[in-house]
Design a protein around this ligand. Structure first.
Ligand code: HEC
Ligand code: HEC
Ligand code: HEC
Length: 368
């Protein structure tokens, strides 16, 4: 029999009908309890490896050796990844182990991947497996710290992991935040510290002495997704409206501490001079208003929802400005004001302004 085009099409149509019948009949077992056949397992994993390798091509890897990045990633890993993957000294949850495919322990897998491949997996997740995508798409500055942490993971023992992810804050002192349930308070304190000053490096923004209205509006924006952050959305969703108010009041009233600036990258007088000019005078020819006109301490009464920036970590300021410029930060109902300004700033102007703002004493604040 000669294989003509007509016969070929007929054969293909027959195959499709047969496949449809198998699906419709329901004989195919979708049970997770019996796992995958070895061949299915191999096929899925090979397809995944090839896909990750292709789609991560050309992603540029930023410097990842800042210990603050590892710190930031560790805090999130413990609450959002370890329940599925486990961590050093921490088994995964029993429920996760009944998933098909089940989430692998990551410590002995990491060395098989390039940093840009890990970035791609964490940003986009893996279809058909339960591996979730990053909740705030486009926030590359949040996913790179996760990669920095994953690269460190194979070399972490249980004690070091616990210190990175929980710090000293696993103790009872977290109960001291009035109006917050102890479990919730402990969550916030393990990254932000009891006084909101963070963990002694630039891993987390300083909340101490921040305007109360801004803290409250930001928590509301995280919880609704109006401010996009994979780190903070799951945390803000834990809070009731009353807890948000209690938390905002607690950190707004905490005493600013001068010892915040141990991580600041530059005291170069030229950088500081350029930064000061942008912050206090703006760049009128490029339509950039002076930052101080909105972010100064004495502006707080006029614009209660505008954040104070004096003494904030330079790295955090740069990340936020980058996310505003890219259109992926979001924020309170006033965020569009800042997005418009960030679009006009160059990388160097961001850096200069950030370094200058970080060098200011949080107690004296920024004056207009
Ligand atoms: C709901 C469970 C779940 C959560 C939560 C989860 N993962 Fe996964 N993850 C998986 C599963 C399942 C796979 C296996 C995918 C496969 O077999 O192709 C996986 C695969 C991975 C891999 C690739 C490992 C390899 O060699 O195949 C990395 C890396 C990874 N996850 C990192 C993370 C990080 C980082 C987080 C937290 C931000 C996270 N995962 C959260 C379920 C989860
Ligand atoms: C896993 C670490 C971690 C935990 C736990 C955590 N945070 Fe955060 N928090 C962060 C990071 C990282 C950011 C910066 C996120 C961004 O880029 O928007 C942040 C930002 C914030 C901000 C905005 C600061 C600003 O200047 O805009 C507030 C307010 C805040 N967190 C409150 C809380 C509260 C309340 C809790 C407890 C319910 C909490 N955080 C728990 C890591 C954490
Ligand atoms: C016209 C008023 C205005 C001016 C001028 C202004 N900002 Fe802002 N900025 C805002 C507002 C409003 C927000 C709060 C956005 C939100 O989260 O909703 C903000 C937020 C920020 C944040 C995020 C702070 C945090 O804790 O997350 C940074 C960083 C920032 N501005 C830097 C700057 C810099 C640098 C300049 C000067 C080049 C500047 N701003 C000028 C209004 C302004």
């Amino acid at each position: 029999m000669r294989l003509t085009l007509g016969r070929l099409l007929l054969l293909a149509a027959g195959g499709l009908v047969l496949a449809a019948l198998v699906v419709w009949s329901g004989v195919f077992r979708i049970a997770a309890s019996s796992g995958h056949w070895e061949i299915t397992d191999w096929l899925l994993h090979t397809a995944m490896r090839r896909s990750v390798s292709t789609w991560s091509m050309g992603i540029e890897v930023p410097p990842l050796d800042d210990p603050a990045l590892v710190h930031r990633g560790a805090g999130h890993f413990a609450s959002s990844c370890a329940p599925c993957h486990g961590g050093p000294g921490t088994p995964p949850s029993a429920v996760a182990q009944r998933m098909t495919p089940h989430p692998p322990g990551l410590a002995d897998r990491i060395d098989e991947w390039e940093p840009e491949e890990l970035f791609w997996i964490v940003m986009h997740g893996v279809k058909f497996t339960g591996m979730p995508a990053w909740p705030a798409q486009g926030r590359d500055d949040e996913v790179w710290p996760m990669v920095a942490f994953l690269l460190e993971l194979p070399r972490l023992d249980a004690e070091r992991y616990r210190m990175l992810a929980f710090g000293e804050a696993s103790g009872a002192d977290a109960d001291a935040i009035a109006g917050l349930g102890a479990d919730t308070a402990r969550q916030c304190v393990r990254c932000h510290g009891q006084d909101g000053a963070g963990r002694g490096n630039g891993a987390f923004p300083i909340l101490t002495g921040q305007s109360e209205a801004y803290l409250l509006a930001s928590l509301q924006a995280y919880a609704t997704g109006a401010r996009r952050s994979g780190f903070m959305r799951p945390m803000a969703e834990l809070l009731s409206p009353a807890e948000m108010r209690a938390f905002a009041r607690h950190f707004a009233e905490a005493t600013p501490r001068a010892a915040r600036r141990d991580d600041e990258p530059s005291t170069d007088p030229e950088t500081l001079r350029r930064g000061e000019a942008i912050v206090t005078r703006g760049v009128p020819s490029e339509g950039i208003p002076p930052c101080a006109s909105c972010h100064a301490a004495d502006g707080e009464r006029r614009y209660p929802v505008y954040p104070l920036l004096a003494g904030q970590h330079a790295g955090y300021i740069v990340d936020q400005l980058g996310a505003f410029r890219k259109g992926v930060r979001g924020g309170t109902p006033f965020a569009h004001i800042m997005a418009t300004i960030a679009e006009r700033l160059t990388d160097r102007q961001m850096r200069d302004a950030a370094v200058y703002l970080a060098s200011l004493s949080p107690d004296d604040g920024l004056r207009r």
